[in-house]
Design a protein around this ligand. Structure first.
Ligand code: NAD
Length: 252
């Protein structure tokens, strides 16, 4: 019970890493505030949690300030405090720079980066009053290693690391910690389109080439890293980026 009674906001909780983290946090006694713009996904996550788990679901678009303020208001009304925020919602459009729409670029930055800024701006006042908190932001191994056609995504995930470090430095004395996780290949719906585009054999070969473990990480493996950063066990850790990438970033 490493998060006993801690109030934890998780964005992107309607799928993949966010959902897997919600399940693990629930096992560790957290009170969950689940956020996603996809109501069906959100409802499915809530429905799969064991009976008795405290889980408030709030449909919200993280790129909209009014939505984020509503999430934080709901969480504070229900629980009176916010101990942990897992800023995890993200999108990964792919395409040649020359054909990449300006609007798509703006959307990637708004969801992947501005959403985190808005959430931090909304929760930090409560964390200051409480005397601390832990913020975890989902970056990616693609913040520094990339492939053609991922300019927007790579730029956004690099910005997440910068934002994380800046917040960590600004609020370290106030006991508000801010860390990033950098996943490599993770088995979530985000990669499903690649399965359709490349076929199973080719996708498996690509993963084997890029991630020395030769397989995608599970959402639970990623969630354990988030659990560590959320819990008091990581009280000395802030401003760091934890790689959960099966050695992808270590390989030539
Ligand atoms: N899957 C991977 O291999 C991988 C690797 C590195 C980093 N990541 C990052 O992990 C995070 C989670 O991705 P995932 O793999 O679980 O993908 P996913 O597509 O399964 O889940 C992402 C969730 O975010 C939600 N979302 C998207 N935009 C939103 C918005 N504006 N407001 C609210 N919710 C929104 C989606 O509805 C979805 O439920 C993302 O930030 C992604 O970039 C994933």
């Amino acid at each position: 019970m490493r998060l006993q009674d801690k109030v934890c906001i998780i964005t992107g909780a309607g799928s993949g890493i966010g959902r897997g983290t919600a399940f693990l946090f629930a096992e560790h006694g957290a009170k969950l505030v689940l956020v996603d713009r996809d109501l069906d996904g959100l409802t499915a996550t809530q429905a799969q949690l064991p009976a008795g788990v405290s889980a408030l679901a709030v449909r919200a678009d993280v790129s909209k300030a009014a939505d984020i303020e509503r999430v934080v208001e709901n969480a504070l009304r229900e629980h009176g405090r916010i101990d942990v925020v897992f800023n995890n919602a993200g999108i990964m459009p792919h395409g040649d720079l020359l054909d990449f729409a300006e609007q798509t670029w703006d959307e990637v930055m708004a969801v992947n980066v501005k959403g985190m800024f808005l959430m931090c701006k909304a929760v930090i006042p409560a964390m200051l009053v409480q005397g601390g908190g832990s913020i975890i932001n989902t970056s990616s191994v693609m913040a520094t290693l990339t492939e053609p056609g991922y300019e927007a995504y790579t730029a956004s995930k690099a910005a997440v690391i910068g934002l994380t470090k800046a917040i960590a430095v600004s609020y370290a004395e106030k006991n508000i910690r801010c860390n990033a996780i950098c996943p490599g290949w993770v088995d979530t719906p985000m990669n499903l389109h690649l399965l359709e585009e490349m076929g199973e054999e080719q996708l498996k070969a690509l993963i084997k080439r890029q991630q020395p473990t030769g397989r995608m990480a599970t959402t639970r493996e990623v969630a354990y890293c988030v659990l560590f950063l959320a819990s008091d066990e990581s009280s000395g850790v802030t401003g760091s980026a934890l790689y959960v990438d099966g050695a992808a970033s270590a390989a030539i």
